[in-house]
Design a protein around this ligand. Structure first.
Ligand code: GDP
Ligand code: IMO
Ligand code: MG
Length: 427
C-alpha cells in the first residue's frame, strides 16, 4: 500500500488536517492537489495550534516531502507568509517544499472581484471565503490565468496580467469597484517571484519517481465532496475538483497508482457559507454542537452551521469518491447528548432517495432514525472497546448504513486522541 487519498466526505472542515498530520508519521510524501487558501487545516500538537492554508498538513513531520500540486490556486503572499511561519518554527522548507509549475496564481484582483461579488446585492450569494478562489479558477478555465511557472519570465507574466485585467474591467466597473493597474500588480510580484521560483518544479515527474521508488504518498484533499464543482450542491460550491478524482488531475498522477481512498467525516455535520443543508439544526442541539465542537471557521471565523450526521450524503460521497473506508472525527463532541438523530434517507415532493438527489436537494426533508447517546467523556479512549456501548452502537450503525469500515475514530483534536483500527498504509 503506497498511495492513499484522504478526502473530505462532507462540506469541508471534517478534520482533514488532524488526520493527515497523524498519518504523516508514516507517509513520506504529502500532496495538496486542490483549492487554495480557502482551506484551513488545523493541526494541534501539544498546546500548540497551527492552521495551514496551502502547505500540506504533513509538513510538521520533518521527514516528509511536501508537494503543492497543479490543481491548486496559490496566493504567493499567503504561501510566503506560511513558509516564514514554518521557518520560525524551525521547520525547513528549502529542500522539502515543491510547488507545481502549473498551479495557478491568485492575484490581488481575484480577491477584489470575489469580495465585490459577495458584497453586491445582485446575483447568487455563495458565502465564499473571499480569498479570490472563484475568479482565479475562472481565469484558469478562461485560458488567461497566470501559472507559477510564468514567474520565471516576468515580461510574459506582465502580458498575461494585462490580458486578464482587460477581460475583468467591465465586470469590476459594473460592481462599482476599481482594478489595479498592471504596474501595481507587478510591483509585489517581482519580489515574490524571486522568493518562490526556487521551489517551482514539475511535481508530476517527482511524484512518478517517488511512486516508482515505492514511497508512501498521501494525497490530501481540501474542501469536501459536497463543495466539489461537479458533485457538490451547485451553485453553492467551491470552484475546484475536491473529490478523489481531482487528486489525479490535481497532482498529475494516474488513477492506477491509487491504492486506497479514505473519506473523512465528522460524527455530525457542519457547513460554512450558503446553500442547502437538510439536517441543519437551528435549536439548542445545534448550538451545543457549535459550542462543544468550537465550530467557527478556521479561515474566516464565521460560525459554522451545524446539524445531525447525514448518512445519505455519506453514501453519496462513497459513490462519487470510490471510498474504501471512513475516518470519523469529533465523536467526543456528541458526549452528553441524550439522543442522536441520524439521517438515513431524504423525502422530496416526488419520492424517497437514499443518496443526495441532485435536482431535488433543495426541498429534501431528512428521514431520521434516533439512537441513544452517552454521557461519559471519551477523549481518553484509545480502543473501540473502551468506548461506551452507545458510542460503539453509533459507529456500528454508520458502518451498517454506509457499508464502509471506520479505520480511524478521532476523540479529540490532539494527535494522541485517536483510535486507529487499521493503519491506512497497511495493505
Ligand atoms: P479541515 O479543514 O478538514 O482540516 O478541518 P478544520 O481544521 O477546519 O476543522 C476541524 C476542527 O476540529 C479543528 O479545530 C480541529 O483541531 C478539530 N478537531 C479535529 N478532530 C477533532 C476531534 O476528534 N475532536 C475535537 N473535539 N476536535 C477535533
Ligand atoms: P477546508 O479545506 C469549509 C466554502 C465556503 C463557501 C464555498 C465557496 O478547510 O475543509 P470559496 O471561497 O471556495 O469560493 O467558497 O465553499 N469553503 C469551505 N468550507 N471548509 C473549506 O476548506 C472550504 N473552502 C471553501 O465557505 O461556502
Ligand atoms: Mg478547514
Amino acid at each position: 500500500m503506497s498511495t492513499l487519498i484522504i478526502i473530505g466526505a462532507q462540506w469541508g472542515d471534517e478534520g482533514k488536517g488532524k488526520v493527515v498530520d497523524l498519518l504523516s508519521e508514516r507517509a513520506e510524501v504529502v500532496v495538496r492537489y486542490a483549492g487554495g487558501p480557502n482551506a484551513g487545516h488545523t493541526l494541534v500538537v501539544g498546546d500548540d495550534k497551527i492552521v495551514l492554508r496551502l502547505t500540506p498538513s504533513g509538513v510538521l513531520h520533518g521527514h516528509t516531502q511536501c508537494v503543492l500540486g497543479q490543481g491548486m490556486v496559490i496566493n504567493p503572499a499567503v504561501l510566503i507568509e506560511e513558509m516564514d511561519t514554518l521557518t520560525e518554527r524551525r521547520l525547513s522548507v528549502d529542500d522539502r517544499i515543491f510547488l507545481s509549475d502549473r498551479a495557478h496564481l491568485i492575484l490581488p484582483y481575484h480577491v477584489t472581484i470575489d469580495s465585490l461579488r459577495e458584497e453586491s446585492k445582485e446575483g447568487t450569494k455563495i458565502g465564499t471565503t473571499k480569498r479570490g478562489i472563484g475568479p482565479c479558477y475562472e481565469d484558469k478555465v478562461g485560458r488567461r490565468g497566470l501559472r507559477t511557472g510564468d514567474l520565471r519570465n516576468l515580461d510574459h507574466a506582465r502580458d498575461r496580467i494585462a490580458e486578464a485585467l482587460a477581460t475583468w474591467s467591465a465586470t469590476v466597473e459594473a460592481l462599482g469597484g476599481q482594478l489595479p493597474s498592471v504596474d501595481e500588480v507587478m510591483a509585489p510580484l517581482e519580489a515574490q517571484a524571486k522568493r518562490l521560483v526556487p521551489f517551482i518544479t514539475e511535481t508530476s515527474t517527482l511524484l512518478e519517481q517517488w511512486a516508482r521508488g515505492g514511497k508512501r504518498i498521501m494525497l490530501e484533499g481540501a474542501q469536501g465532496t459536497l463543495l466539489d464543482i461537479d458533485h457538490g450542491t451547485y451553485p453553492y460550491v467551491t470552484s475546484s475538483s475536491a473529490v478523489s478524482g481531482g487528486a489525479c488531475t490535481g497532482a498529475g498522477i494516474g488513477p492506477s497508482r491509487i491504492d486506497r481512498v479514505v473519506g473523512i467525516t465528522k460524527a455530525y455535520t457542519t457547513r460554512v457559507g450558503e446553500g442547502p443543508f437538510p439536517t441543519e439544526l437551528d435549536d439548542a442541539d445545534g448550538q451545543h454542537l457549535r459550542d462543544a465542537g468550537h465550530e467557527y471557521g478556521s479561515v474566516t471565523g464565521r460560525p459554522r452551521r451545524t446539524g445531525w450526521l447525514d448518512l445519505a450524503a455519506l453514501r453519496y460521497a462513497r459513490r462519487v469518491n470510490g471510498l474504501d473506508a471512513l475516518a470519523l472525527t469529533k465523536l467526543d463532541v456528541l458526549s452528553g447528548m441524550k439522543e442522536l438523530k441520524v439521517c438515513v434517507a431524504y423525502r422530496t415532493s416526488t419520492h424517497e432517495h437514499d443518496a443526495v438527489p441532485v435536482g431535488d436537494f433543495f426541498d429534501a426533508e431528512p428521514i431520521y432514525e434516533t439512537l441513544p447517546g452517552w454521557t461519559d467523556d471519551i477523549t481518553a479512549c484509545r480502543r473501540i472497546e473502551d468506548l461506551p456501548a452507545n458510542a460503539q452502537r453509533y459507529l456500528a450503525f454508520i458502518t451498517e448504513k454506509t457499508e464502509l469500515p471506520i479505520d480511524i475514530v478521532s476523540v479529540g483534536p490532539r494527535r494522541s486522541e485517536t483510535i486507529i483500527r487499521r493503519d491506512a498504509f497497511d495493505g
